[in-house]
Ligand binder design. Sequence first.
Ligand SMILES: CC#C[C@H]1NC(N)=Nc2cc3[nH]c(NC)nc3cc21
Ligand SMILES: [Zn+2]
Length: 370
Amino acid sequence: MAIKYELEKKSSQCEARAGVIHTPHGDIKTPVFMPVGTKATVKAMTPEELEDLGAQIILGNTYHLFLRPGDDLVKKAGGLHKFMNWNKPILTDSGGFQVFSLGHINKITEEGVVFQSHIDGSKQMITPEKSIEIQQNLGSDIMMAFDECVYPTATKEYVAQSLEMTLRWLDRCIETHTNKNQALFGIVQGGLFKDLRKKSAEETIKRNCQGFAVGGLSVGETKEEMIDILRFTTPLLPEDKPRYNMGVGTPDYLFESVEAGIDMADCVLPTRIARNGAAMTSHGKVTIKNAKYREDFTPLDPECDCYTCKNYTKAYIRHLVNVNEILGARLLSYHNLYFLTHLMENIRESILEDRFLEYKEEFYKKYGYT
Ligand SMILES: CC#C[C@H]1NC(N)=Nc2cc3[nH]c(NC)nc3cc21
Ligand SMILES: [Zn+2]
């Protein structure tokens, strides 16, 4: 068994739950936020810094690593863990979404997706088999099935057809999944249509994957639509397997995901907004370039005990960002990743103490959501 999910405590107030995912590269306490390391690095962070800030598992991307440096090279290096010197769990996305959001799609056929590389325009094709072969070369602990990604604007007819193809592609992924040290997660689609979500969930569950993602969200739908679909779909998934909401990473979306019964979430936001000079703090978002911080010699977040907040001031970080010094992005990335990682740790504690909703209310008030 590549991974095993152990449920520790279910909230009495909502679908939230705390658990542990046992993997060949160590245990993951859930709910968990997963930093994104698209091209074999979580941007500007060393693996040691990721460990220090509490990261338990990171993401890699099939699409990017296939194009550069090539999954065959990573395999020759001993796999992605060795190549990037990260010895804890890694989850790799299958390429479906990245082709959609980055590659220039030429056509989607039953065989797979033909696209032009966003790097050199070369014609490429990813099939379910190819996606799993790449992920097995990378050696990730959790592989995502190759799915067809549809946007919330797609018609119901298209979404209905698409989820059927995603199920046929899942069967082909399962066929190709030979390395049983790696888990394979299915992805539930169905857009914003509850009957299609139910169908996709029921059919995906029949394939007995080691975990399940709710796909097709965080792709432009409204927050209310995401919450509605998430609260409908997540409880349909097996209680004894991990559940993963793809692409969420703001505090409110993390709270809402956990409240719906989600265990795992990932997002590029913490490092992306850091490069743009923004930080998530206990009292809401801080845009450090703001002139009001010019002579502010207090920590970024007075309630945070991370390396950045213990050693530097807003004025100093604002200076670094203003003169475009790399350290500015690094210090903000470190804090933002620490903030979301510890937010999920605090959420987990609140579930173990059966006070999740109270914690959510306290956090929302301080952060400025309500
Ligand atoms: C449609 C669809 C779909 C899902 N399929 C796969 N393989 N990966 C995803 C990654 C995502 N990231 C975000 N938002 C940043 N939404 C995502 C959705 C998916
Ligand atoms: Zn901090």
